[in-house]
Design a protein around this ligand. Structure first.
Ligand code: UGA
Length: 440
């Protein structure tokens, strides 16, 4: 099948690469010349495990192309996928500017009957609006159908999630168009659910909001566990064994971030509001998440009394491991709070340094290894659970610190390792703290 994709962000690029991998002829369109030039050279503009390998493989096989020209890209496309960003507006709603531009481009450069698939996360009713926008600006005798096909991939595992999704949602009012989109995915052999366009759009928001809710729920349980002396990791495990609850997304920590949950949860609250409803539960989900991001700073304040003049090593900056994405990363709030309190923050992240520097500037110091960060530090904050941090040789590390104190915002250090230390103070989230006093 000949597929055109508008937008080469996480969703557009991962989808393009994977559709090419399963045999389609894919052309990805983006307005950024710099991005397209990089992609043509086989370089991925984002850090995403496995993506570059498939990019190179499918580009050399001639199944994957890149262009800045809508004229070339949209020509004869059987399916056009819109995968542009829908950033958050001031009022919490979704900004549809890029989507509207894609609609104008489609109506201008459409050359044959086609199906327009909306993959971007869009508020309910948007796909119909985009259909009208294309129709109103299209004076050619060309037919097209609109399909809502939301994306559920996660950054850091985008290729796996695209090749092996739990389900594919196809929302359409036209059976022929829905079946054609199903055929595009047929070799993936995963469950497909056909719905109306509006239900498909809602499934995306409801899914992200539910997952964010699960995270805020377990974080609240974690806070209560600390108060009553229970261990949230055991509690989450015990809860998760119940199939009705499930084990996924019950990892406690310092809150969710990224380009999706914070934005989509607020957008759903906004949708409820403009439709005369109040989504009280989600308002709490947001509030809990914001408070949770302050947890490590509060714990450190409780431990030290005041933080002015201290040096804190911050391990991890990206909003989650296996990505260099800093959007809505808890590390931003933590770094800002610490610097306001007069702390010298020295941060290390395996891949997000450059992006973090764009946001935090010179307010904190960026270094290239854990060892540089922790040398002479008064405390260590673990902010992102990179595998590298789980593997740390604690005995060696703690010797380099001024004080062997760890605040683990992701509960990623094994208890066994902590118990091997001669002296350590370890403060996890929702679990009993461990204090081993060294020889006096
Ligand atoms: C999320 C959804 O998981 C995807 O299904 C969806 O397609 C995507 O948003 C999107 O809308 O595009 P993503 O933001 O890439 O994916 O990352 P997640 O793995 O969902 O993590 C989001 C945040 O939640 C991270 O900050 C992570 O640290 C946090 N999290 C996740 C927890 O704190 N606890 C958990 O148990 C799981």
């Amino acid at each position: 099948m000949k597929v055109a994709i508008i937008g080469t962000g996480y969703v557009g690029l991962s989808t393009g690469v994977c559709l090419a991998e399963i045999g389609h002829h894919v052309i990805c369109i983006d307005i950024s010349e710099q991005k397209i030039n990089k992609l043509r050279e086989g370089i991925s503009p984002i850090y995403e495990p496995g993506l570059e390998k498939l990019l190179l493989k499918n580009s050399s096989a001639g199944r994957l192309q890149f262009t800045t020209s809508h004229h070339d890209g949209l020509k004869d496309a059987e399916i056009i996928i819109i995968a542009v960003g829908t950033p958050q507006r001031e009022d919490g709603g979704a900004d549809l500017t890029y989507l509207e531009q894609a609609a104008y481009d489609i109506s201008t450069y459409l050359t044959s009957d086609t199906i327009v698939v909306i993959k971007s996360t869009v508020p309910v009713g948007t796909s119909e609006y985009i259909k009208r926008t294309i129709e109103n600006s299209n004076d050619k005798e060309i037919n097209f159908e609109i399909v809502s096909n939301p994306e559920f991939l996660r950054q850091g595992s985008a290729i796996f999630d695209t090749m092996k999704p739990d389900r594919i949602i196809i929302g359409s009012e036209n059976i022929k168009a829905a079946k054609k989109v199903r055929d595009m995915y047929s070799s993936l052999k995963v469950p497909i659910l056909f719905t109306s366009i509006r239900s498909a759009e809602m499934i995306k928001y409801a899914s992200n909001a539910f997952l964010a809710n699960k995270i805020s729920f377990i974080n609240e349980i974690a806070n209560i566990c600390e108060a009553v002396g229970a261990d949230v990791e055991d509690v989450a495990k015990g809860m998760g064994k119940d199939k009705r609850i499930g084990e996924a997304f019950l990892r406690p920590g310092i809150g969710y971030g990224g380009s999706c949950f914070p934005k989509d949860v607020k957008a759903l609250v906004h949708t409820a509001k403009i439709n005369g409803k109040k989504f009280k539960l989600l308002n709490e989900t947001i509030a809990i998440n914001e408070t949770q991001q302050e947890l490590l700073v509060k714990k450190a304040l409780k431990r030290f009394g005041k933080l002015k003049g201290k040096k804190i090593a911050m391990l991890g900056l990206a909003f989650k491991p296996e990505t260099d994405d800093m959007r809505e990363a808890p590390s931003i709030k933590i770094a800002n709070s610490l610097t306001k309190l007069g702390v010298k923050v020295v941060a290390y992240d395996p891949v997000a340094k450059e992006n973090a520097h764009k946001i935090l500037g010179d307010t904190i110091q960026f270094v290239d290894s854990v060892y540089e960060a922790i040398t002479d530090a008064d405390a260590m904050f673990i902010v992102t659970e990179w595998e590298e941090f789980k593997q740390l040789d604690l005995v060696e590390i703690l010797q380099k610190m001024k004080h062997p104190i760890i605040f683990d915002g992701r509960n990623c250090i094994e208890e066994e390792k902590i118990m091997q230390c001669k002296a350590i103070e370890y403060y996890p989230v929702g679990r009993p703290e461990i204090v081993i006093e060294g020889p006096k």
